[in-house]
Design a protein around this ligand. Structure first.
Ligand SMILES: [Zn+2]
Ligand SMILES: [Zn+2]
Length: 218
C-alpha cells in the first residue's frame, strides 16, 4: 500500500496541512490541500475531526468535483464531525446548489468498509467538544490532533507503521516523547511524526519526521 504525505503541517505555520493520500482515499482536506487533489481520482474522504486545518478545503474540493465529475464522493467521519462539515457547506453554498453536491455522507464507528478495505476507528479526546477519530487501515494507523495515552496501545497493536501527530499537551496534542512510548509499547516498527512546524532532534532510528510529498510503502 502506497501512502503519500500530502502535508505534514500543523495549523500554526504556513505549510501544507497534515493530510494523507492512500490510493483513491484522502484523509483530511485542509485549506492548503485542495489544490493537490485536482486531477487525482479521489473517491473517498476520511475526516479525523472538524478543525479548520483538516476540513476547510472540503468546500472547494466538493464544489469543484460537482462541476467537473459525475461520480459521488463518499465522506466519512464521526456524527459530530460530519455535522460540522455540513454546517460549513450550508453556510457557504446557496440551498439550491447544496442538494446538487456530488457527496454521500457516512457516519463511522468502530469498524467500517471502504471498498474492500476494513477500517477500524476510535474516538480520542482533542480540544473541548471537538473529538478526533483515529484510524487503522491494514498495517497502518493514523492518529493526529489527539491527546493520546498508553491506554490506547491496544488499538495500535499489530500494525507496522504509525503516523502520529505531535504537539504540546496544553495545545491539546500529544508530545513527541509520549507518542514514541505509545508506539514502543504497541510494537510498531516505523513511526512517522506529523502535524508539526519544526523538526526536533530524534534519538531513535525507527522514528522519523514525515516529509511533505514523501511516499512510503506500508
Ligand atoms: Zn490540526
Ligand atoms: Zn485539531
Amino acid at each position: 500500500m502506497e501512502v503519500e504525505f500530502l502535508g505534514v503541517g500543523s495549523a500554526l505555520c504556513p505549510r501544507r496541512n497534515a493530510s494523507l493520500l492512500i490510493g483513491n482515499l484522502v484523509i483530511d482536506i485542509g485549506p492548503l490541500i485542495y489544490p493537490l487533489l485536482i486531477g487525482r481520482d479521489i473517491k473517498h474522504v476520511l475526516l479525523t475531526h472538524a478543525h479548520g486545518d483538516h476540513i476547510l478545503g472540503l468546500w472547494h474540493f466538493l464544489h469543484f468535483r460537482t462541476f467537473n465529475d459525475s461520480e459521488k464522493v463518499k465522506v466519512y467521519g464521526s456524527k459530530s464531525t460530519l455535522e460540522r462539515a455540513k454546517q460549513l457547506l450550508e453556510a457557504t453554498i446557496e440551498r439550491s446548489n447544496l442538494s446538487r453536491l456530488l457527496v454521500e455522507w457516512q457516519e463511522v464507528e468502530n469498524t467500517f468498509q471502504v471498498e474492500d478495505q476494513t477500517i477500524f476507528t476510535k474516538v480520542l479526546p482533542h480540544s473541548g467538544e471537538i473529538k478526533t477519530n483515529i484510524y487503522r487501515i491494514g498495517k497502518l494507523a493514523y492518529a493526529t490532533d489527539v491527546i493520546d495515552s498508553l491506554e490506547n496501545v491496544s488499538f495500535y497493536k499489530g500494525i507496522e507503521v504509525l503516523i502520529h501527530g505531535v504537539g504540546k499537551k496544553e495545545h491539546n496534542h500529544t508530545p513527541v516523547e509520549e507518542v514514541i512510548e505509545i508506539a514502543k509499547q504497541a510494537g510498531v516498527r516505523r513511526l512517522y511524526l506529523t502535524h508539526y512546524c519544526e523538526e526536533e532532534e530524534l534519538a531513535e532510528d525507527w522514528v522519523r519526521w514525515a516529509q511533505e510529498g514523501e511516499i512510503i510503502n506500508v
